[in-house]
Every structure is written in structure tokens, then in C-alpha cells.
Design a protein around this ligand. Sequence first.
Ligand SMILES: Nc1nc2c(ncn2[C@@H]2O[C@H](COP(=O)(O)OP(=O)(O)OP(=O)(O)O)[C@@H](O)[C@H]2O)c(=O)[nH]1
Ligand SMILES: [Mg+2]
Length: 694
Amino acid sequence: MANAATNGNPQNGRVPGAPRCAAIVGPYLSGKTALLESLLFATGAISRKGSAKEGNTVSDSSAEARARKMSVEVTAAQTEFLGDKWCFLDCPGSVELAQETRNALMVADVAIVVAEPLVDKALMLAPVFKFLDDHQIPHILFINKMDVASHRVREMLDALQAVSARPLVLRQVPIRESGKDGDAVTGYIDLVSERAYKYHPGQESDLIKLPEEALPREQEARNKLLESLADFDDHLMEEILSDAIPPKEEIYQQLAKDLAADLIVPVLLGEAEKDGGVRRLLKALRHEVPGPEALAQRRGISSYDASTLVFKTYHQPHAGKLSLARIFGGRVAEGAVLNGVRVAGVLKPKGNAFEKVPFAETGEVVALARLEEVKTGDLLTASGKGGADFAWPQPLEPLFALAVDAENRADEVKLTAALAKLIEEDPSLSFTHDPDTHELLLSGQGEIHLAIAFDRLKNRFGLPMKHRRPQIAYKETIRHGVKQHARFKRQSGGHGQFADVHIEVWPLERGAGFEFHDRVVGGSVPRQFIGSVEEGAREALVRGPLGFPVVDVAVALFDGQFHTVDSSDMAFKTVARQAMQEALPLCGPVLLEPIFAVEVSAPTDFTARVHNLVTGRRGQILNFQAKEDWVGWEVVEALVPQSELHDMIIELRSLTLGIGNFACHFDHLQELSGRLADKVVEQRQSVVGQRGAA
Ligand SMILES: Nc1nc2c(ncn2[C@@H]2O[C@H](COP(=O)(O)OP(=O)(O)OP(=O)(O)O)[C@@H](O)[C@H]2O)c(=O)[nH]1
Ligand SMILES: [Mg+2]
């Protein structure tokens, strides 16, 4: 059924009355949750503000968020401002939780990028801006915490501009006053309206007279704003060149047009905690942000046919599966069938709480109940012609893994099902079985990411977990060959056991695996037993003299003896194993460690640190070059032992303001000798010894 909203005349990509959606993103602790609280308070959706410190905000109400005093997932909250409906998505800032944020950004009409007023932290915005640019998501920069800003706005802007491909267009200049706490920001001048406002905590800012001393700064900043806009509009350029003053209306229109086209990034200033600049932000959103129609067009989504895009999946202990989605056309009611699945309920989210509603319409963000087959990134339609959204970002590659076990052995069956749900919620998490070490590995984006997963397993699924550093799949090989004779003879009552072999063992090239050669002449070992000899030799490779699987060896059977009655497959298998077990320690056994090919990327400011990090971890640097498509970033290619990679992401982030990243894959096995090898073997022997004793 078509509704009034979809029949309206889109203006600036807007269906009149359709709610718009803004994702609040930016580095961790920049004040996103505080800003959402303030936006909800300023618009009357909440009557009292919570704070991150007290753990009583709308967004951070889950046990995992409260325990950490940080946002751990995307939360949605709706409000109205001057008759316009809004949904805000508060996104976690931690780079380890970036998957959540990326997913939310895919359905947002605009992103509000919240940054701290610190020059040294400007680089932290690089990955955020890059993602927004790559996906053409219009965004506004909100420089928060102006109450504690020590740098001049111009300096901050220069530092931020260095990491943004789009021009940053300052919309306000701060008014500073000297008080007992020194030089403090007490308000701002709006560069389009040329009006001055004084912040009024908890209330609308007061309109004041333009301070004389601020005029030169104001004029300079206003000219810059106009010049930036004129770059995208010939008419405005002509006006500026002929010294005409463009009318305010024209400037506002140009700002809206350029934001919608993702050509510029307007910059607003404020202090979320004290509600400063928040109403100004709301007004900019109101006038300048395009509606869901524009987003649907950009993404090739037909806005009719009840198109709904799922951007988050929850598994609630009682409510079951909930798919958080944005509607791009029409109405979705309880009982509707989307992609062939019945919607069991439509709910409106407010943080982690949900309120049942009979239906929802274009632009709204809703939770749809029990769409079992539906995944995050799916486009749902009434005709069922939706499917995976091809533009949806790929899951982030795992960077950090822990070996896990359920604390109670009896829970192991439950664990697989619970982990499958967690991974469905967050595909940047993965669960694998290591065939070499037989460990269960939970992999994700870092320590915090996994710690949150453990909390969820415990809190939501009643599954306390144990975890430890994963073992490394060391192997061993030999350095030279040997010839070996072995005989197996047993006489017990009736007929006995007899087998006799002469084998030669020699090393192969790295990566060659195992070879078996039959060089028997004259039937000294009959045909039918040759396979058993090979099998016995293979069995001996499962654990070599150093305690690890043996690789890259060849074995040849060149002679032997048999007995017509007493020889058997079992006897030849046993004797071959015995011959190998005696031969291998004589062949100069040596440990092999897995080496990974690693690509570390970080801004060039950090290249020297990255080099030290890699070489400090026994890495061998192969190459470094500019990172494709990333201005001012470099990729260092290196070979690093796997045993050194376990916590490398943690150190890399601590050296690079949290934004350094790496990708890696197994490359080859490499000999390890000396003290490090001795330690590995010693540890292995003690584990094997303990197992043997048990
Ligand atoms: N001085 C000052 N502090 C602020 C302001 N806004 C937020 N803060 C403080 O900054 C800290 C982080 O605030 P949050 O709102 O939780 O930050 P966030 O960006 O949501 O953090 P994550 O969700 O972890 O990414 C809190 O201690 C806030 O009290 C502000 O305008 N001025
Ligand atoms: Mg937050």
C-alpha cells in the first residue's frame, strides 16, 4: 500500500515528513554518547540527561557498555525537532568495534563526526573520513569539548583538513572570554547569519551583540567559507569576484546542496556535555541533510515495494532475533511478508529498549522480529526480490585470536550455537578449529572486542568461558639423511609376529611434504605389505623427536625380510614406525616455525615506529610503499614469525593513536634454532610429558 509519505514531492531528495537518520561517529571518547544525550534532551525526548560516567545514558545501558563506560554497539533513538522526525544512531568509537559503526553508516542520511579539539588526535579521524568518502556519505564535523579546547580553531582545522579529502568548511568561530579559569570559549558567531550566541548550559544559547574584537576573525573565516562554496558554484564565484555580498538564503542553499552531494564537510563547534552548540547542530541538520529518498537513489534502492535494509542483528534472550532496519519505501506492518518471511512484530528502538508499534514507514528505523533467515546487509522487499546489498562493506579481517573453552565442559554443545549467534550479530568475529593444534579459536579485532564477546556469552547465554593465548603450530624436519634397519619379532603362543625393514630417510625441500619410495627388489618385502610400511612411516611423523609433526621428509623402503606365517600388515606397520622413530633423532631434527606475510599500514608519521615494531618482533622488512588510495599512509610489507604476531595489533595501535592496521596470511615454515627453539621444545616436552603421565 502506498502511503502519504511516498506520494509527496521530494525536495532536496526529501520525502516531506519522512524521518531522517544521522549516525554519530568518531574516535572513542570524543563525546558521541554525550552528544546523543544532549540531542535527545534538547528535543524533549528525555527529561533528564544521563552521563557516561554514571552509566545511565540512553545508548550505553547494556551490562557490557556500563562495565566499560564506553559504547559497545550501535544504539538507535528517535526524536522530533521542530516537527521533523529524526533517528540518531550512536556508534561505538573503538576501532575494535568498527564493524558495527560501518554497518550503521550504510543506512544513515548523514554522519555527524564528533572530534576532540586536539591537534595531536586529528589523525584518528583518517579511517573515519576514508570510509565516509569511499561510501559517499554526507558528513558534518562536530568539534566537541570546546569548553576544554586549548588549541586555536584554525590550528585544529588545519590538522583535520590534512586527513580529510573533502574541504572542511568552518561554520562558526568561537567567542572566547578570559575568566578565572583562563581563556574559555563561551559562545560562537554563526558565519552565515553573522549572529553571535552565548552558550547557556541546558538551554538554548542567548543571542548577543556581535563582539567588536571578534569581527576581523569573523570576516576572515566568512570569506574562507564563501570561497570554499564558490569552488562548487559559478554564480557564487562571480558574486565574490565582483565583491557582491551573496544573500544568506543563497549561502544556506549552497551549503545544503554541497553537503547532499558530499562535496564539503561543514564544521560546527560545541560542548555536548553542557549542551553548547547542540541546537545549532540540530538546525543545520534540519535545513541541510537530505532525506532517505536521496540515499535510496544513491544506492540504487527502489523506494517503493517496502524496501528495507537490515543493518544490525540482535539475538535477545527472550525476544528472539531482532533485525534492526531502515525503511526506504512504503509501510512495514506486523504480519507483512518480506523476502518471503513473515514479520512477527515491528518495534521502535530506544537505546536497548524496544516498544511495539503496529507499523512503520519510509525513513524510519525499526526492529523487525523473528526474521530467522535474514542477515545484516540484506535488502528486504514485499515482492521478495531483495537480497544481499552488494555495496555492503565486507567484514573486517580478524586481527587477534584467543584459544577458548567453555568453563563447564557440559556447555560445549551450547557454545557452538551461542557463538553462531554472536557471529551473526558481528561478522568481524569468527570461530574456527585449528586442525594443527586442535584448539578452538575465537578471533576478532582486538582484546576489547573479544572481552565483550566473552561478557555476552556469559551474560546472555549463561556461558562462562576460559581463554588463553593460542598455541603455535610448530613443525619439525630433518637436516640430513640416514639408513635404518629395524626388526619386529614376537612369539606368543600360536603364530607370532615378524617383519623386518631397511629404510632410508632424507630431507626434502621446504613445503614438499612427505614422499614414500618403494625400492624393494626381488620381493624381499612382498607387495601386499608395502602399503603398511608407508602407513607406519606416516604414523611416526605425527610426533617427531622434538614433539611436533614432522614435515618435508622422504622415506624409501629398500630391503627387508618376511615370514610366510608370522608376517602381517600390523607387523610391517609397527616395524616401519619403529624404524622411523629410531632414524629421525639421528637425522639432525630441527624445529620449523610458521612465518606470516604481514602488511602493516599506518600514517607516514609512524613509519619509523612501525619499522621498529616489526624488527623488534624478529620481522624481516621486505618493502614499504605508499598505501593505495590513502593520502599520507604507508604500507610496510614484512615476514614475521607467527609467535610474534599474537599481540602485535595491540602494540601497533598503542604506537599509532589506535589507527594502525595490518593484514596477514601464512607464508612458509622456517627453521628455528638456538635458545628460542630450545624453549619451545622444552615447553612442548613438558606438555607431552604431562599428557603421558595423565
Ligand atoms: N569537557 C567535556 N567533556 C565531555 C564533553 N562531551 C563529553 N565529554 C566527556 O567525554 C567522555 C566520553 O564521552 P562519551 O560520550 O562516552 O564518548 P563517546 O564518544 O560516546 O565514547 P565511545 O562510545 O567509547 O566511543 C565522558 O567522560 C564525557 O563526560 C564536552 O562537551 N566537554
Ligand atoms: Mg559512546
